[in-house]
Design a protein around this ligand. Sequence first.
Ligand code: MSP
Length: 646
Amino acid sequence: MANFYITTPIYYVNGAPHIGHAYTTIVADVFARHYRQRGDDVFFLTGTDEHGLKIQRAAEDRGIEPQELVDENSAKFRDLFEKLELSHDRFIRTTDADHKETVLEMIRRMKESGDIYLDTYEGWYSASDEAYYAEDEIEDGKAVATGSEVEWVEEASYFFKLSKYQDQLIEWYDSDTVPVRPKARRNEVRAFVDGGLKDLSISRTTFDWGIPFPDDPEHVLYVWVDALTNYLSGVGGFDEAGETGGFWPCDVHLIGKDILRFHAVYWPAFLLSAGVDLPKQVFAHGWWTVEGEKMSKSKGNWIDAFELADEYPLDLLRYFMVREIPLGSDGNFVQERIVERNNSELADNLGNLVNRTTKMVQSFIDGEVPAYTETQNEHDVALRKAADVILATVRDAMNKREPHNALDAIMSFAKDLNQYIQTTQPWKYNKEGDIERVQHILYHALEGIRWVAVLASAFVPDAAQKILGALQLTSDDDLQLASLKWGGLPAGNTVETPDVLFDKIDLEAIAKEEEQTKMVEKKQKKSKGKKGDSEKTGLVEFGDFMNIELRVGRIESAEKVEGADKLLKLSADVGEDNNRTIVAGLAKSWDPSDLEGKQVAMVTNLKPAKLFGIKSEAMVLAAETDEGKLELAFFSENVKPGTRIS
Ligand code: MSP
């Protein structure tokens, strides 16, 4: 039995999952399911990337500990993948203990190879990309490749001798298997490496959310060394003999085109240094735009992955994402295209084929699968030949990482089957009483449907399961490609008509519904402000307002919170025996000494929260200017600390 190991990138947990995260993981799931159907021993790994400056800053912005942030957001990805019914074998987190072990072993090996040395890094860094950039990769304070802001970094750092591996990398790119795909991406990365490699800074000292550098805990390991190693730790890391287990080397690292350099330059170089086999393939897919535009929250076209999963049936989502673009190309996510593919390809072609065939079986031959006869009728022979070609085409397309071609072949076979029924006209023979010919035709049609369902099950698993269920084929073996020998559908099975496989989507009806919702919203807006309508209008009762205790607090002292860029620790007099401690996100807007002695508005009856290990016992009120400065509500000395604001 062959092994097949496929990975997705592990996702940053600074925000919620979106369509891009759903895409990579769905495509990987399609491959995992297909290879399981080949009878391979498959391992499908996905998970979350939880360390680094970007995550630490996101936690600071929220005023919470990084661990709390990563627990909360990693769970969102895990929930999403469950909702999408993905079949991963492990959901790895870089905060998992076994992962850390593997990372430390990688570093130990890289050191042992003499590839790590201490020096000073001076240059640009983008926290958003967690990437270092050379001067010529920067324009107007931003990385040209990604548009992300960069900051100047000057600090002691461990370096990895990336330059040492230039020739070996080129040799790898040039090997016959073309391990970096698509070929255009291989050429791109090869040209980059050919242009010369600089050694890579692999540690930082100015923040601490990460794996401490072995023997020098002042340094935290560069997040990409940590993250990339998940691919090894996900399948057991190193065993006692220092060997990587049965699933390594990985068959496919499926990634987005933006993270090619990390996967096709850094990762293989780390592996070469650590004496570990290189992955068999790194495949970079394209990016989705939404209605023709780059997705962004500010443009309002950001597609939350949970909403996506609620809006479309899972099979349709998978079908559209795989069928719409070749793997490697960019795609445009447009509702009309999804609806068109649903209505004409899934509903009219596949849905209709299954529906009409099963109904004819029920009404012409008592709903029972007839026995198979190797007929010599030209249409029957042609259909059997077509089936074999499709099976070979699907396998070949998946080998070449062209799932859209595999799906296209399957759907065109469904079309052939519709055409076969149209041409052979079983209803005519039924009328004439030639039941034998009816049986031959309907057997061929049913068997063809079985082939379609088995082949399509990696792509549209729900529909495939319904179809096979309607033919009483419910065991794991029934899903195997090995079951595809013509005539394999057992005689005597009862044939049912499955529930509607694909509901047609009526775009006009959706538009009308949206119009109506808009009208209701308009009406609600109009009625805003009317008395007694507080629930609808969002107004609150006076009593509710009084439940919030607002007081004047005098800031007695202020200091920076160590390790947090944005936080200040304040001690404030709010008219009680003891001062209250407050952790406030004011460090970017205020010098601590300018706050001392000031009287400001604060909420004094919030439940205390712990930030960076400090218990915060009140909240300072602030308003943000267009430039992002936080202005405070000040009170003069005439007001005593602790006075209630009402
Ligand atoms: N944490 C790193 C990966 C570490 S792997 C060792 C990371 N995470 S990410 O969450 O920012 O991105 C994960 C993947 O989502 C990337 O492969 C990226 O290409 C993909 N996508 C992000 N936006 C996308 C689209 N709009 N369309 C398709 N994929 C996109 O990078």
